[in-house]
Design a protein around this ligand. Structure first.
Ligand code: ATP
Length: 229
């Protein structure tokens, strides 16, 4: 379980969000929503430890969950002088280090992950030659092989066509069924309503949690409030 203890996130001690109180229970699937500039990306960066909180804290379970983060602007990934295979292989950095070799089993996993996102024909392509949606599928293949316990995804469906969105949502639902905790920044409220049991909405002066499966809506969200889904 990940607990937000009066957490305020922002930059150089400048608060971007109000105090956030609540929990992401293990295995929960939460949509993080709010207006442009409300602090969604900043919260994800704080959760993955990239920037420190302005105040308050985050309690993580012990041992600390492994985290995979898909940032909002993945265009940078296109500039690496790599192939699609290499880009996905980077998902094994925890096991191999950045410059370690890939073994036969890992190679097989990379092929399977690319097959799942229908990008196997592009395995030798340079990321810079892919469209935005194709790149996103490749980055999902990398997420799959990372096999992390906590997935933080920042607007993973922006610029992606509806067929691909359906495919990627199914992959996320699979990770959810496998027990991963997912926190996903989204703007499309239909996707939120159809696929995300829990929602954290950031607003300028307060935040609001809602949980469809337990019927809880409020400023705080805790397991004791009723979520057992
Ligand atoms: N590196 C940074 N340094 C200082 N301020 C920043 C930085 N990045 C973002 N901000 C500011 O923090 C606020 C929140 O930005 P953030 O990107 O978290 O919003 P968001 O909810 O993800 O928005 P969007 O929906 O537009 O992606 C904005 O006012 C933004 O200008």
């Amino acid at each position: 379980m990940i607990t937000l203890n009066k957490l305020v996130v922002g930059y150089q001690q400048r608060a971007v969000t109000p105090e956030l109180v609540g929990e992401f229970t293990q295995g929960s699937m939460t949509a993080l929503v709010g207006d442009n500039g409300s602090g969604k990306s900043t919260l994800l960066k704080t959760l993955c430890g990239m920037i420190p909180p302005v105040s308050g804290s985050i309690s993580l379970p012990t041992p600390r969950p492994t985290i995979a983060w898909l940032p909002q602007h993945a265009e940078l990934e296109k500039t690496f002088p790599l192939t699609v295979f290499d880009l996905v292989a980077m998902g094994f950095w925890r096991q191999c280090g950045w410059f370690g070799g890939i073994n036969r089993q890992q190679r097989k996993q990379i092929f399977e992950a690319l097959e799942r996102v229908r990008m196997l024909p592009f395995i030798d392509a340079a990321p810079g030659t892919l469209s935005g949606g194709q790149l996103q599928r490749v980055l999902f293949a990398r997420l799959l092989i990372q096999d992390a316990e906590l997935l933080l995804l920042d607007e993973p469906f922006s610029g992606v066509d509806s067929d691909t969105i359906a495919l990627l949502i199914e992959l996320l639902a699979e990770r959810h069924r496998a027990g991963c905790t997912l926190i996903v920044v989204l703007h499309d409220m239909a996707t939120v309503a159809n696929h995300f049991p829990q929602v954290l909405r950031l607003k300028p002066n307060h935040s609001e949690w809602s949980c469809r499966s337990c019927g809880v809506t409020g400023l705080n969200f805790s397991r004791s409030a009723g979520e057992r889904a």
